[in-house]
Ligand binder design. Structure first.
Ligand code: GDP
Length: 195
């Protein structure tokens, strides 16, 4: 998709604020620093639609972006925030889980992992959670430019094994530096939108 129009709709702190439309939604999840903002910005050809490197400990919101009046990207706050209190984390965890498990407009979740590392416990939990609720997942392995091509396959198998990856899901190698995977990601999103 060639994106001409992309805007933030709302940073929601409660379900009452979620946009009241039937547009398909694609959520994006991953631990902080995985490259989620860079991924969104690359897909929509913007330098700074999603803020890069949001600071840990900040208020966490579900950020809805409208793309070409055709779909919403829903930026799920990066997990792994050490500085957020336990109570706050539990409250947020619940809100995100409810969104993912119950939102009718949700078509697919893009789960971002860092190609360089084995998935974290939270990465695995998120993937298994999505599988439990039968939500189609697009796994995007970021920062592919930081790994030599000859080692990609080894890193891919480590990630797939740890996730217990379902081969029905998409797995895409991505780099916001080289733009590798951009077209493949859009193809997967467009396929998910019409499911
Ligand atoms: P977020 O916290 O998940 O939104 O991550 P950001 O998009 O802010 O990226 C975190 C850091 O990783 C920043 O310094 C980015 O420049 C860097 N980064 C993100 N994606 C890539 C990538 O594909 N390749 C490389 N080399 N660096 C990346």
């Amino acid at each position: 998709m060639k994106v001409h129009n992309a805007d933030i709709v709302i940073s929601a702190v409660s379900p009452a604020q979620y946009p009241d439309t039937d547009l398909p939604e694609i959520a994006l999840a991953g631990r902080s620093n995985v490259g989620k903002s860079s991924f969104i910005n690359t897909l929509v050809d913007r330098r700074n639609l999603a803020r890069t490197s949001s600071k840990p400990g900040k208020t966490q919101t579900l950020n809805f972006f409208i793309i070409e009046n055709a779909l919403h990207f829903v930026d799920v706050p990066g997990y792994g925030y050490a500085k957020v209190s336990k109570t706050e984390r539990a409250k947020w965890g619940k809100m995100i889980e409810t969104y993912l498990a119950e939102r009718e407009q949700l078509k697919s979740v893009i789960s971002l992992v860092d190609l360089r590392h084995a998935p974290s416990v939270e990465d695995v939990q998120m993937y298994q959670f999505l599988k439990y609720y039968d939500i189609p997942v697009i796994v995007v392995a970021t920062k592919a430019d930081k790994i030599p091509r000859s080692k990609w396959n080894k890193h891919i198998s480590v990630i797939k094994k740890a996730l217990d990856f379902d081969e029905q899901d998409e797995f895409i190698l991505f780099s916001s530096v080289t733009k590798q995977g951009k077209e493949e990601a859009w193809a997967a999103i467009e396929a998910a939108m019409v499911r």
